[in-house]
Design a protein around this ligand. Structure first.
Ligand SMILES: NC(=O)c1ccc[n+]([C@@H]2O[C@H](COP(=O)([O-])OP(=O)(O)OC[C@H]3O[C@@H](n4cnc5c(N)ncnc54)[C@H](OP(=O)(O)O)[C@@H]3O)[C@@H](O)[C@H]2O)c1
Length: 333
């Protein structure tokens, strides 16, 4: 089994490499170097978003690899996301075209709706805010109409698959029931303290695969929230990387705690996208195919789940976010 688990497979047969490089807060100036190291190490899945403001440098780096002949376009799985500001049917094509142009690609492998919440369409280089610092919401967000815009991107060849991120079960069901092209993947926060059991079971029943963001507990969320005027004191402070049980299992395998946290998710058949801009840690996070957690270790790690209390990102991440009628995290899952 240690050698398997290379991919997860979508309902349409498309294969997504199970470990990808996360790039949130990997800024231009560092993301290109991070991607070079990752591609050398064997990563073939890159997770970005219009909102990460790094698609241009990712595109330039990929172009360099393609033109050198070291990789072909079909060797890499590229994911990007529709921003909050693009949350209307006509916004889908507009923002996907911007992403494709920055990435210098004709298509992405997976296009996700980044979040069920919609903002006014002001691209001011960050999150649009009012004079009190609250995000400028567009409360008319209509997921069913937006999904039609997503399907049109598959029809036009700009996205191989389409999916959702940060949607709750109720919202997923609404999209799924209206969909001509079903969502292939759901990307949500998931780690050893927040294992998303109910949402995973719900998605499995609809043949929607799962991708975990924040697999190491997203330690860099706190400075991000502070810099955007969110209330960092209302976010739980967890440190999965120094959990005593995770440490003990890591020592037994001669691995790091990060590697155990990643491997745990892989063995649950969830794709995982750890972010690092540090060359040693990028390599470390990919050296997870040569060991296997035993059923007893998996069971012990499963017992660390705190359920919804383990969620690190909540309505306090951005001021005003929780006031949107489609804010997803007031539902249990
Ligand atoms: N869809 C969404 O709304 C959403 C939300 C959040 C994230 N994401 C995606 O998911 C990716 C991963 O989530 P995340 O970035 O929030 O958090 P994460 O991957 O859990 O944690 C990243 C943080 O951990 C550090 N780190 C990485 N490898 C490490 C290691 N081996 N040992 C110790 N520290 C390590 C990184 O610092 P260094 O860079 O210094 O190594 C960085 O500060 C994102 O980058 C993004 O692509 C999506």
């Amino acid at each position: 089994m240690a050698g398997k688990l290379q991919h997860i497979t979508f309902h349409n047969g498309q294969k997504m490499p199970i470990v990808g490089l996360g790039t949130w807060q990997s800024s231009e100036g560092e993301v290109g170097k991070a991607l070079d190291v990752a591609l050398e190490a064997g990563y073939r899945h890159i997770d970005t978003a219009f909102l990460y403001r790094n698609e241009r440098e990712i595109g330039a780096t990929l172009k360099k690899w393609f033109s050198s002949g070291k990789l072909k376009r079909e060797d890499v799985f590229v994911v990007t996301k529709l921003p909050f500001m693009g949350m209307r049917q006509s916004g889908v094509e507009k923002y996907l075209k911007k992403s494709l142009s920055a990435l210098q690609l004709d298509y992405v492998d997976l296009y996700l709706i980044h979040n069920p919440v919609g903002f006014q369409d002001v691209d001011d280089g960050g999150f649009p805010k009012d004079k009190d610092g609250n995000v400028l919401l567009d409360v008319t967000t209509d997921h069913v109409a937006i999904w039609k815009g997503m399907e049109a991107q598959v029809d036009a060849g700009r996205a191989r698959s389409i999916g959702l991120s940060n949607f709750n079960a109720r919202q997923i069901k609404r999209v799924w029931e209206s969909a001509r092209i079903k969502p292939s993947n759901l990307q949500v926060e998931m780690h050893v303290y927040f294992q998303q059991r109910e949402l995973r079971a719900f998605c499995r029943a609809l043949d929607i695969t799962f991708c975990a963001f924040g697999p190491l507990g997203s330690p860099h969320i706190y400075p991000f929230v502070e810099s955007h005027g969110g209330d960092v004191s209302k976010l739980p402070r967890y440190n999965q990387l120094s959990d005593p049980l995770v440490k003990q299992i890591a020592q037994k395998h001669g691995k790091t705690t990060a590697q155990v946290l990643i491997r745990f998710l892989m063995q649950l058949e969830v794709a995982v996208i750890p972010k690092s801009s540090n060359p040693a840690r990028i390599k470390e996070n990919f050296a997870v195919f040569d060991f296997e957690l035993s059923p007893e270790e998996m069971e012990a790690l499963e017992a660390l789940d705190k359920g919804p209390k383990g969620r690190q990102a909540n309505e306090h991440v951005l001021p005003g976010l929780g006031r949107h009628p489609e804010f997803p995290w007031f539902d249990r899952y």
